[in-house]
Design a protein around this ligand. Structure first.
Ligand SMILES: NC(=O)c1ccc[n+]([C@@H]2O[C@H](COP(=O)([O-])OP(=O)(O)OC[C@H]3O[C@@H](n4cnc5c(N)ncnc54)[C@H](O)[C@@H]3O)[C@@H](O)[C@H]2O)c1
Length: 361
C-alpha cells in the first residue's frame, strides 16, 4: 500500500486514474480547484464516484479544494503528509483558449508547477510524474514523433507552458536528485472526456441533430489514445519511479494509429447512427496539423502497450455518453436524484412535471 498526492484529479483523466489507484489498494490525497473551464458539476460528479470507490475498497481519499498557484497551501500539504509519489495533472488544458488568456496558462502550468516542485523539494518528496502533452511537438513534420525530436517550436501558449514544465522538471532533477517522468499524452478520449474535446462535442452535436463544425478540410489527424491505456501508462510510470533512483525521462504515451478528422467524424456518425452534416470552417490558430506517437521508448522502459483501437474506443465512449446523458439533463442519475429528492413531498403529477422540465429539448 502506498500513499500518493494527485493534482487535478477531479478532472477527466485524474479521476479515472484515482479509481485505478484506489482499486490497487492505495490511499490518495487529491488537490483540485474545480475551475469553471468546463462545468464544475462534472468534476463534482467524478469525485462522488471516486469517493464511493474509496469507501467500497476501504481506502483513504482526502480531497483538498485548492489552487496550484497557492504556494503556502502546497507547502502545508507536504509539511503535514508523507507521500510515496506524486502525479500532477492540474493544468489549464485547452489549446485555443490559451491564445486568449496566456497569462493564466503560465500562472497555473508554470508557476503552479514550480510551487509543487518547491514544496516537494522542501519536504524531501522525490518522485514526480508530470503530465505533459504531444502539443510540445508543434508542427513537427517528421512522423511518428519521437522523444528525440526537437521541441523548440511550440505553436500555442499551452504547448509552450508544457515544454516549460518539462524543462523545470529537469532542473529539479539535476539540482535536487528528484526522480521525474514527463509523460506526453496524445489526445485522450473515453468516458468523462472533457466536453470541449472533439469526440465528446461531435457525439453531442450528432445526437442533438446539429451540424458538425470541421476546422480545415478534414485532413488534420490525431493519434487518439483511450483513457484506460493512458491511465495504465501513467501508473506504470509512477510505479517505475518508486523502484528506481537517478531518473529523469520523457515518454510519449499515444496509440500510434492516427485518424484524420474526416474519418473520425464518420466513425462517430456510424456509432451514433446519424449521417453527419459537416460545416467546414477555417483552420484554428494553435491547432497542429497532425500528431502521431512513436511510443517505443515507453514500451521498452515501462512496458506500455495500448490496447484499445479507435473504433472500439468510440463504441465504449458513445455507450457511456448515452447512459450518462440519456434523454434527460443530468442523465438517468439526474432523474434518480430528482425522484429521491422529491417523492416524499410531491404528488406523482408534480414529479412527472419535474421530469418533463428536465428533458433535453
Ligand atoms: N485530455 C487530453 O487529451 C490531454 C492531452 C495531453 C495532455 N493532457 C494533460 O492531462 C492533464 C489532465 O487533462 P484532462 O483532460 O483530464 O483535463 P481536466 O481539465 O479534466 O483536468 C484538469 C484538472 O485540473 C484542475 N485544475 C486546473 N487548474 C488548477 C489549479 N490552478 N489548481 C488546482 N487544480 C487545477 C481542473 O479543475 C481539472 O479538474 C492536463 O495537464 C492536460 O494538459 C490532456
Amino acid at each position: 500500500m502506498s500513499r500518493y498526492f494527485l493534482t487535478g484529479a477531479a478532472g477527466f483523466i485524474g479521476s479515472t486514474a484515482s479509481e485505478r489507484l484506489l482499486k490497487e489498494g492505495h490511499d490518495l490525497v487529491v488537490l483540485d480547484n474545480f475551475n469553471d473551464y468546463y462545468d464544475p458539476a462534472l468534476k463534482e460528479k467524478n469525485v462522488r464516484i471516486v469517493k464511493a470507490i474509496a469507501k467500497e475498497h476501504g481506502r483513504k481519499y482526502t480531497l483538498i479544494r485548492g489552487d496550484m498557484r497557492d504556494a503556502k497551501l502546497l507547502d502545508k500539504i507536504f509539511a503535514e503528509n508523507t507521500f510515496d509519489g506524486v502525479i500532477s495533472w492540474a493544468a489549464m488544458a485547452g489549446v485555443r483558449p490559451s491564445i486568449e488568456d496566456p497569462r493564466t496558462y503560465v500562472e497555473v502550468n508554470v508557476l503552479g508547477l514550480t510551487n509543487l516542485l518547491e514544496a516537494m523539494r522542501q519536504h524531501d518528496c522525490k518522485k514526480l510524474v508530470f503530465i505533459s502533452s504531444s502539443s510540445v511537438y508543434g508542427n513537427n513534420q517528421k512522423v511518428p514523433f519521437s522523444e528525440q525530436d526537437p521541441v523548440d517550436r511550440p505553436i500555442s501558449p499551452y504547448a509552450a507552458t508544457k515544454k516549460a514544465g518539462e524543462v523545470l522538471c529537469h532542473t529539479y532533477h539535476a539540482l535536487f536528485d528528484m526522480d521525474i517522468h514527463c509523460l506526453r499524452y496524445f489526445t485522450v478520449y473515453g468516458p468523462r472526456q472533457r466536453p470541449d474535446l472533439a469526440i465528446n462535442k461531435f457525439t453531442r452535436l450528432l445526437l442533438e441533430g446539429e451540424k458538425i463544425p470541421m476546422f480545415g478540410d478534414g485532413s488534420t489527424s490525431r493519434d487518439y489514445t483511450y483513457v484506460d491505456d493512458i491511465v495504465e501508462g501513467t501508473l506504470l510510470s509512477l510505479h517505475y519511479l518508486e523502484d528506481h533512483q537517478g531518473v529523469y525521462d520523457i515518454f510519449n504515451l499515444g496509440g500510434s494509429h492516427p485518424i484524420s478528422l474526416k474519418d473520425l467524424i464518420a466513425v462517430i456518425g456510424k456509432e451514433v447512427g446519424v449521417e453527419p452534416v459537416i460545416e467546414q470552417l477555417p483552420m484554428q490558430p494553435g491547432d497542429v496539423e497532425r500528431t502521431y506517437s512513436d511510443f517505443s521508448h515507453a514500451k521498452e522502459i515501462l512496458g506500455y502497450d495500448p490496447q484499445v483501437r479507435i473504433e472500439e474506443g468510440i463504441h465504449r465512449f458513445v455507450e457511456w455518453y448515452r447512459k450518462e446523458y440519456g434523454p434527460f439533463k443530468g442523465g438517468y442519475d439526474g432523474i434518480i436524484d430528482l425522484l429521491g429528492n422529491t417523492t416524499d413531498s410531491l404528488s406523482v403529477t408534480e414529479v412527472l412535471a419535474q421530469i418533463e422540465k428536465e428533458k433535453v429539448k
